[in-house]
Write a new protein. Structure first.
Length: 94
């Protein structure tokens, strides 16, 4: 994995450390439910990026992971994902 040093990013080292400190408990709590972005997901991300350039990058990652792994997406924002082709559920609908 290639990692940018703190001097190569737009964030100062203190902000990076704070972000890492906030992320650690989340990773610890949900480690069994975090899927890596592997080559298959990266390829799907490229396809989603071409088909849906206006989709935000985070949403592209979610959509690509769902497509690559056969997952559905639970989101309140079903409109952004509707054209991607993943099964959708809005958990706030009754």
């Amino acid at each position: 994995m290639i990692r940018a040093s703190a001097t190569e990013t737009k964030h100062p080292p203190s902000a990076i450390a704070l972000g890492s400190a906030r992320l650690a408990p989340v990773i610890g709590r949900f480690a069994d439910r975090i899927d890596p972005i592997d080559l298959n997901v990266a390829r799907k991300w490229a396809e989603v990026s071409v088909r849906s350039p206006s989709l935000r990058d985070g949403d592209k990652a979610i959509a690509a992971t769902a497509l690559a792994k056969g997952y559905g997406v639970a989101t309140r924002n079903v409109g952004d994902f509707r054209h991607v082709g993943v099964p959708l559920v809005n958990p706030f609908d009754r």
